[in-house]
Design a protein around this ligand. Structure first.
Ligand code: GTP
Ligand code: MG
Length: 555
């Protein structure tokens, strides 16, 4: 539905030619250098008021009658900036607070295109801002609204955001609501949307109960609803935010807030407007409260002095100083409200000029710095080019030298390799030769040794052969002699031994035959006979011869 465009936040304002003169379209800042740092938003109101140009990203924006304005208000932390960022899809461009400190300190102006119409969203700081006084906040809002009114920009309505997670409507929430009502005026409450936020932090039933309480209490939203304000629940989604804005846009109503009418049409001073009156009454009440406190502290001090309690006295002095500071501040704030739109405009103009001058200074300093940087870069580039040329030349030189050196080196290496090869060949050759000679020597020696050994062996063999022949001959002789001896001896033995033995056996047999008539004698006789038979057969006798012999003996 929406085509978010860049917000005007961070835009570069253009100074006026004169407070009353026609708007001057300044020459676009050069693309280089880039935009100077962003400046606070409040002064953008001044730009719109003076129909000046707002420049951002090179596009000129002039506030026109066709533009529609929607103001977003509420206590600090209600979610105003978040709400706007949902519509713009430019969350990074809007500061969103995540701490206790107020985040949006000045009015911020953002726009997007909806059905061909530019819808400007005005992000306002809340009253009870932790960083700025209420009178400052009121001045900013009043100034911007008055400026928009003078340009006949249509204010479609106001979205008032309320944190549903806040348990009670009191303190700053109540003050903000009161100020809001005074800024709008009861005739315009029909163009107000009261949106509850922060539903995620509360249960549905508790949220609903709180919404009901807000709607039913007259001093809260009850009175506003009676006049036409609408209550919606903003669930924090883009769709929800778009629906709320469409609701206001589709009404096609044109609202003139009390503050606008009073400041511009009725030419009232700011302090005479309803909103400032409400603020002043708050300031008076606060002053009164602290004056009462001061008089109480005065009494306490008397007692402390009486009791000579130094510590207490010190404490009271500190409290008094704080109360006096608050009272002084209420006077200062009241005084600050004693102004009118012309003075505010001049003030903003002066601020704007100061801002512009500062930005111009920044820009010039930036340009100077940039020029220096560009020069430095150019010098660096020249230096770099020179260095590169030099480097290239050196590289070429170095390359040629290196090539030459490499060639020489490789030649040297080649020579060395060849020399080494030669040396190694020679060494190898010498080694082979030496080994060959060595082997030859060895074989020669072996051969000689073998010949010597063979000679020796032959000699030994011959000697041995001779010895053997001799021994053989001797043995033959010996054997012959021995045989002869044996033969002789055999003969002798045969002759002597046989005779003796046979004689002995025969004698024994005879004795046994005749001497022993027992069984033993028979056995012995048989044995002896066998023996005699064997012996006598050996000796060439027969048993019969022996028997004959024996018989002869018997006879
Ligand atoms: N749960 C929840 N958190 C939200 C919602 N809207 C805003 N917040 C959170 O509330 C905190 C304050 O949000 P802002 O958008 O900075 O509030 P603001 O109203 O712009 O505050 P000021 O600029 O200080 O006035 C941030 O942490 C947001 O993320 C919402 O609808 N639901
Ligand atoms: Mg904010």
């Amino acid at each position: 539905m929406f085509a978010p465009r860049y917000p005007s936040r961070g835009s570069l304002p253009t100074p006026p030619t004169s407070p009353t003169g026609p708007p001057r379209v300044p020459p676009r800042p050069p693309r280089v250098p880039p935009r100077p740092p962003r400046k606070p938003d409040a002064l953008r109101g001044a730009m719109v008021d003076q129909a000046r140009q707002i420049q951002d990203s090179g596009e000129d924006i002039t506030f026109t009658k066709r533009d529609v304005i929607i103001a977003v208000m509420g206590v600090t932390g209600a979610g105003k900036s978040t709400f706007i960022s949902l519509l713009l899809d430019q969350e990074n461009e809007i500061e969103i607070g995540h701490g206790l400190q107020s985040c949006t300190t000045k009015v911020g102006v953002y726009y997007f295109i909806h059905r061909g119409v530019r819808i400007f969203l005005i992000d306002t700081p809340g009253f009870d801002d932790t960083t700025r006084s209420d009178s400052e906040v009121l001045k900013d809002i009043a100034f911007w609204l008055a400026a928009a009114y003078t340009k006949e920009a249509q204010l479609a309505g106001i979205i008032y955001l309320h944190r549903i997670c806040d348990p009670r409507m009191q303190g700053s929430a109540l003050k903000n609501l009161r100020m809001f009502k005074q800024l709008c005026g009861k005739d315009n409450l029909g163009s107000v949307i009261l949106a509850t936020t922060h539903w995620i932090n509360v249960s549905e039933s508790v949220g609903q109960a709180r919404t009901n309480e807000l709607m039913e209490t007259r001093d809260f939203w009850g009175g506003m609803i009676e006049i036409g304000s609408k209550v919606v629940k903003h669930d924090g989604s883009k769709e929800s935010a778009r629906l709320i804005v469409s609701n206001l846009f589709d009404r096609k109503s044109h609202v003139i807030l009390y503050i606008q009418r009073q400041l511009i049409d009725e030419k009232r001073n700011l302090n005479d407007t309803d909103a400032a009156q409400a603020l002043q009454s708050d300031l008076r009440a606060e002053r009164k409260k602290f004056e009462v406190k001061l008089s109480g502290l005065k009494e306490d001090m008397k007692s402390a002095i009486k009791e000579n309690d130094v510590k207490w006295q010190k404490q009271i002095e500190e409290d008094q100083a704080k109360s006096k500071a608050v009272i002084k501040n209420t006077y200062a704030e009241t005084e600050a409200l004693r102004t009118n739109i012309k003075k505010i405009s001049e003030e903003k103009d002066a601020q704007f000029r100061e801002l512009h001058a500062e930005m111009e200074r920044d820009r010039l300093a930036h340009e100077k710095q940039l020029k220096k940087t560009i020069e430095a870069i150019a010098a660096a580039r020249v230096g770099q080019r020179r260095n590169e040329d030099e480097h290239r030349r050196r590289e070429q030189e170095d390359g040629a030298r290196a090539e030459r050196q490499a060639h020489e080196h490789s030649q040297d290496i080649l020579k060395m390799a060849m020399r080494m090869k030669e040396e190694s060949d020679q060494a190898l050759h010498a080694q082979i030769e030496w080994e060959r000679e060595d082997k030859e020597r060895f074989y020669q020696q072996q051969r000689e040794e073998a010949i010597a050994m063979a000679k020796e062996l032959r000699h030994r063999y011959e000697v041995q052969q001779k010895k053997d022949q001799l021994r053989e001959a001797r043995l033959k002789e010996d054997r012959k002699i021995a045989r002869e001896k044996i033969a002789t001896l055999e003969r002798e033995l045969k002759a002597s031994k046989g005779f003796f033995l046979d004689s002995l056996i025969t004698a024994v047999y005879i004795i046994a035959t005749y001497g022993l008539c027992t069984d033993l004698g028979i056995t012995l006789r048989a044995g002896l006979r066998a023996s005699i038979e064997i012996r006598s057969s050996m000796l060439g006798f027969t048993w019969e011869a022996i028997t004959l012999g024996v018989a002869g003996c018997k006879l």
